[in-house]
Design a protein. Structure first.
Length: 315
């Protein structure tokens, strides 16, 4: 099986965390989980690359490593106000032209914007830098609130843990939901956070305790086959439907209905990958009532059919 080649571009001074996000998802071999990726780090010039952590990192590959990459990750760029070396911009443009997927984490979006690859396209970055990105590159449609934006050929994420969310999201698309869930489980991470969720939760109103949704989410995830809706979730949580909708917006950045649908689609993906159950049975098990409804929802969310997804990722 072809191993998807991921190359991370190190830029001095390199943020160790953003680089580690990509390395942990794409570059770590785990017991009982054969890696489906080949991970490499490159730099404009091979040799020591300074990091924000105070040590130099030895990088053995130059920009030529990007010529055969399936995915190129830009794990942050700490000097977004400075011009990028023409050799780096040229390598990124050539990689994009030949079909490589380009991925930025946090401030890496500034490098893609300087290369002109985000013009008239939607992108995100850390909320603290979003206004600067929009001001410096007015042709970029900056979304300051979301965790990540995946356009297929280019993907951008917010800062810190959102980089992991984006990398796991890409694994889901490359290798299927079951494989991505195994990677997330090894990392002790939630298997999937939608890119449309807010970068940070709104602070609780003064004097009001921010009640966690975690127990309710766990309860609902075990009952997807039941006719759950906002009212049923509100009864279980012991609050009004309006209050529950507000908590979902504050803590997850999505409505209860959208969250439920995402869980049902994810459960259907896993059953398509790991079982030979008919689509009608899967639809019933995940609470989507019928094969027709599952196909419609599945296609709207993933731009493919359950049958095509099973052919691509089924065991």
């Amino acid at each position: 099986m072809h191993r998807h080649r991921v190359v991370a571009l190190a830029l001095p001074p390199q943020s160790t965390f953003e680089l580690a996000c990509a390395a942990e998802v794409f570059g770590v071999s785990r017991p009982g989980l054969p890696s489906r990726y080949e991970f490499t780090v490159c730099a404009e010039r091979p040799g020591p690359v300074p990091t924000l952590a105070g040590y130099d990192m030895g990088v053995g590959e130059g920009l030529a490593a990007m010529e055969s990459a399936d995915t190129i990750v830009i794990p942050g760029w700490q000097r977004p106000e400075e011009p990028v070396a023409p050799a780096v911009l040229g390598a990124l443009r050539r990689a994009h032209e030949r079909g490589a997927r380009l991925v930025s984490i946090c401030s890496g979006a500034f490098l893609l914007a300087q290369a002109g690859l985000l013009d008239r396209r939607r992108a995100t970055t850390h909320w603290r830098m979003a206004a600067e990105l929009a001001a410096r590159f007015p042709d970029v449609e900056v979304d300051p609130d979301v965790l990540y934006v995946d356009l297929g050929d280019i993907a951008t994420s917010a800062g810190t843990a959102a980089g992991i969310d984006l990398c796991l999201h890409l694994v889901r698309g490359d290798q299927g939901a079951a494989y991505a869930a195994q990677v997330a489980r090894h990392m002790v991470m939630p298997p999937h956070r939608e890119g449309g969720q807010l970068q940070y939760a709104a602070p609780a109103a003064e004097g009001r305790r921010p009640d966690s949704l975690a127990p309710l989410l766990d309860w609902a995830a075990e009952r997807l086959h039941e006719p759950l809706d906002l009212d049923a979730l509100a009864v279980q949580a012991g609050v009004s439907a309006r209050t529950l909708a507000r908590r979902f917006a504050e803590q997850l950045g999505v409505s209860p209905g959208r969250w439920l649908l995402a869980q049902r689609i994810a459960a259907a993906q896993a059953l398509l990958e790991e079982t030979d159950l008919p689509v009608e049975t899967i639809a019933t098990r995940v609470g989507l009532s019928s094969a027709a409804n599952l196909r419609r929802r599945f296609h709207r969310a993933l731009r493919t059919t359950p049958a095509a997804y099973r052919r691509a990722f089924g065991r």
